[in-house]
Design a protein around this ligand. Sequence first.
Ligand SMILES: [Zn+2]
Ligand SMILES: [Zn+2]
Length: 608
Amino acid sequence: MKQMSPLQEIRHSAAHIMATAVLRLYPEAKLDIGPPTDTGFYYDFDIEHKFTAEDLKGIEAEMKNVVKERQPFERIEVTRQEAENFFREIGQNYKIGRLADIPEGESITYYRNGEFVDLCAGTHVEDTGRVRAFKLLNVAGAYHRGSEKNKQLQRIYGTAFPDKKELKKYLHQLEEAKKRDHRKIGKYLQLFHIDEDVGQGLILWTPAGAIIRQQLQNFIAEELRKQGYDQVFTPHIGKLGLFRTSGHFPYYSDSQYPPIVHRAELSHLAEEGCSCAELSNKIDGGEIDGYLLKPMNCPMHIKLYASQPRSYRDLPVRLAEFGTVYRWEQSGELTGMTRVRGFTQDDAHLFCTDEQVSAEIEGCLYLVKVILSTLGMSDYRVRVGLRADDSEKYAGNLENWNKAEKVLLEVAENMGVPFTKEIGEAAFYGPKIDFVVRDVIGREWQLGTVQVDYSLPERFDLSYVGADNKPHRPVLIHRAPFGSMERFCGVLIEHFAGNFPTWLAPEQVRLLPITDNQNEFAQNIFDQLFSKGIRASIDSQSDKLGAKIRRAETEKVPYMLILGAKEAEQEMVSVRSRVNKENEGSLTVEDFIARVEKEIETRALPNS
Ligand SMILES: [Zn+2]
Ligand SMILES: [Zn+2]
């Protein structure tokens, strides 16, 4: 039994209460599972009837009855056979499947509340009366066990909090979040496109979205250069053997695109009568070599490090790349830009001595601070992921692990941001720091990580010559603090609700000639802005000025320049900004350009 946190217990108990209510109203429903999530809970149901929003209200009302009944949650230990007989008898076949997942030797338990009995390892609140503040949110399709090969079930999502006030706050946040949804804004402002013919979870950056990404990359690259990083480029595929050495293949095959083996080799083997299973064994075992669409950039950067002899005087070697990687995510997990299958990490690998580790990590954290504060995201925390003592999944020796964990904790303590220790959240090759930012409406987003790795340098037998003239093993630090450009841009769209600061805005200035008579004047100003690298366009549609202003506003352009007969005659522009929403008076073109250039150069935030 894994003890849940008090909040998880409330949410998970709410899932039991929901299942109780659903069975009262829809006795024919078949139940799968109902775990707590980061923001609430869900339960999956197999039922002919399609749940509607109206049904959710009815279920919620029945849940209130179950809460009023204050049914105690009772733990009952049973044998595998008893459990199987029971669920067969009541026709809950998914439970029999789930029963089979429980390893031999582990105890099997029911939890009973009132008339409802669930196969569950716990844990729960004492009785249903403890779940006081909850709300059902929506229903969505979810494949059984997340696989498209299985039946699609109906997943009812809800949330629960210790009290009504916290629930209300969260529901308000959800409303705000809906308005800011990057999928909606991204579509409206044409920032990115996902096309079924290209593939799910693969982002096509539109010209407007590409500007935002390029500006961000320039900004990050500039900061990296100041910190002594070198930029590199590496290919999208590499030999399977490389990823065997790194340990990424075949152990993580589930989260990778399948290996690429040339058709000629496959048909040759097929002629020999090689079966699919044999083929896949040969690939896994290394008898057939192919290529892997890279799930990580590390092995390639490691090969760059190893491509020449290194002395302690060369260290730290800091190799940075906006490196595109591909990972297989269940299609049900994909969301807009924030959960994708192909993404470009703001990746870098630092090769350093033991003594340099803490200074390098401090450097990483400093960089994150600079970039997040420039974007108005100063509210963030870090999670330090440590190893779980009892697990054998970790690579490397314990002494190195302890060393690395100690360093990460020290640096986290010194940097003066809130941090939590998360036991069991380390990577398989070393402990890590995760960044979690809070956006303007209070939602938390996990960005990227900094990870200390003593394992890959061993696997690739990396070395440098020390001051003692002897070979030593460098330490490897992986860092992609913003995660990926896709995810980070998705988060930024929501953070700014599409109102990007001028330096990031795809279109910075919209020119609004009042009549066609000012078209030539508009073109003249456009040319001046263009020559300064300011991104502008002319709205030469035949609408009235009011309509042009509204259009520029809904398209979230930071500046509008209103150009009438008077302005043309005086060679002035009448400025209207997105922030102030009113005419700010006339400026000469030179003064306006100076103002915008300063705003861009300082990367000023929209309301500063
Ligand atoms: Zn339970
Ligand atoms: Zn890496």
